[in-house]
Write a protein that binds this ligand. Structure first.
Ligand code: PLP
Length: 478
């Protein structure tokens, strides 16, 4: 430790290098073990905190001691989202190339709140969003070269909140930011009964009030019913209310349903309603040319469109990409200009200051992990990964079709399958338990209609054909 100056907090760069070398074997072993370990942690609530000292050390601990506690105390409490048997919730893939980018970004410790506070962070992010826009076939209206643009948010939940606030301010002429929530009276937002809970959360936080969120029914494939949406908006407008924001989901959390975005857009435009597309999980599938038409349908009519590279695409958490058709809508709602952040580049108006694109001020250099991932892996391999995972899901789908007791609870969506037992919820629960106690596979559930349903969300980087055959084998005993 370089405490010869009496400044024990300082480290020489060589010390970091040697510490990184020292932890590399642990990292390699950890990643290598994903194959053999149980995806779910076996610890009980409180086990980990009981093993941690109640107070912090006053003097340094050795790296050896820290690494030994990492192995003995922390690692048993890790859930292995990277296990080949991971099919729970959605994938949260950290591709090695993005891990490398993330490490580099941490080393560089940039604060990208203003162009001036990190030109590299700002301009690489702008370019990465445009690379992805092109790779996914998203429309020109989201390009920075026009009135649009893209930004990396931490999560899709933050993205929908930012867009809701932008729509709120656009609809009220900036009144709520200025005068407070009374001016929100009469504003109404819309989403389907399958939309992600982040929408209800955002509506509460943004002062719209959850009772002013209209939850629109879905059709027999769990897609938002555009006729019911039109009826609801017409009724609200007739009653003197102000429809202002609607979420369409491309790949719902439950069963991956894809809302009819084109039809929804027509309804929204007739009421001047902001349409936000939430493609948090399914958006990545647009890298695959065969899946693209379904994923980006109607995107050119949306005011905002979001997906999470930190789910399926392999960008280590957190990384959520948001495109907006008129960046001014977002920046005028979020911009605040304190003296201590003033600078010539901002005053000249020629630069992007990403602090104006979301709630927080400080921001990480997240574009770095996209840059390294896209350059080292390439778009084609990522598209191939999507096609491969979809093929795996089809393999499982075929096995379910010939199973005596199991059936699909909804049509397969991309690499997501929803399955139930023909004898009802108790029997389905037993199958869930068999899978989740196998110490090999992890799945989660949802409810579709009245039924408990098992979700098989295939897409972990390590999942292979042999894993699908093994789960088919496990299911054959159910
Ligand atoms: N939207 C959809 C459709 C989701 O499935 C999820 C999470 O699974 C989210 C939003 C929330 O994502 P985040 O954790 O990035 O907020």
């Amino acid at each position: 430790m370089s405490d010869d100056t009496g400044m024990a907090w300082r480290r020489r760069p060589e010390e970091l290098t040697s510490d990184i070398y020292a932890v590399l074997p642990w990292i390699e072993q950890h990643l290598g073990r994903a194959n053999g370990c149980s995806p779910w942690s076996q610890v009980q609530p409180g086990d980990i905190s009981a093993s941690l000292p109640a107070s912090p050390p006053n003097t340094p601990d050795s790296l050896d001691d820290i690494m030994s506690d990492l192995s003995n105390i922390i690692a048993p409490g890790l859930v292995r989202w990277d296990a080949p048997g991971w099919m729970a919730w959605f994938p949260s893939n950290a591709h090695p190339d993005s891990i490398l980018g993330d490490l580099l970004s941490t080393v560089m410790a940039q604060q990208g709140m203003l162009w001036m506070s990190s030109p590299a962070c700002t301009e690489l992010e702008m370019r990465m969003l445009d690379w992805l826009r092109q790779a996914m076939g998203l429309p020109e209206c989201f390009a920075e070269s026009g009135q649009g643009g893209g930004v990396i948010q931490d999560t899709a939940s933050s993205a929908v909140l930012a867009c809701l606030v932008a729509a709120r301010e656009q609809c009220t002429g900036g009144q709520i930011n200025r005068d407070g929530p009374e001016a929100a009276a009469g504003l109404v937002a819309y989403c389907s009964d399958q939309a992600h809970s982040s929408m209800a959360k955002a509506v509460g936080i943004a002062g719209i009030g959850r009772r002013n969120l209209r939850v629109i029914p879905t059709d027999d494939r769990y897609r938002l019913d555009a006729i019911a949406l039109r009826d609801a908006m017409d009724r609200d407008a007739h009653n003197g209310l102000r429809p202002f924001f609607c979420v369409a989901t491309v790949g719902t959390t439950g069963c991956g349903a894809i809302d009819p975005v084109e039809e929804i857009a027509t309804v929204c435009s007739s009421h001047h309603v902001w349409l936000h597309v939430d493609a948090a999980w399914a958006g990545t599938a647009s890298l695959s040319k065969s899946q693209r038409p379904a994923i980006i349908a109607g995107a050119k009519h949306a005011q905002s469109w979001c997906f999470n590279p930190h789910k399926w695409m392999g960008a280590a958490f957190d990384c959520s990409c948001l495109w907006i058709a008129r960046r001014r809508d977002l920046t005028s709602a979020m911009s605040i200009d304190p003296e201590y952040l003033r600078n010539d580049a901002t005053d000249d108006g020629d630069v992007t200051d990403y602090r104006d694109w979301h709630v927080q001020l400080g921001r990480r250099f997240r574009a770095m992990k996209l840059w390294v991932l896209l350059r080292r892996t390439g778009v084609r391999a990522l598209a191939d990964m999507i096609d491969f995972h979809i093929e795996l899901a089809k393999r499982l789908e075929t096995a379910i079709a010939s199973h005596q007791h199991l059936c699909l609870a909804a049509p397969r969506s991309l690499s997501l399958l929803c399955v139930k037992h023909v004898d009802g919820d108790e029997a389905t629960q037993r199958v869930l338990d068999v899978i989740n106690t196998s110490e090999r596979f992890a799945v989660t559930h949802c409810r579709l209609g009245d039924s408990l349903v098992i979700r098989f969300a295939i897409g972990a980087l390590a999942t292979d054909t042999s894993d699908i055959d093994e789960i088919i084998n496990t299911l054959s005993t159910c």
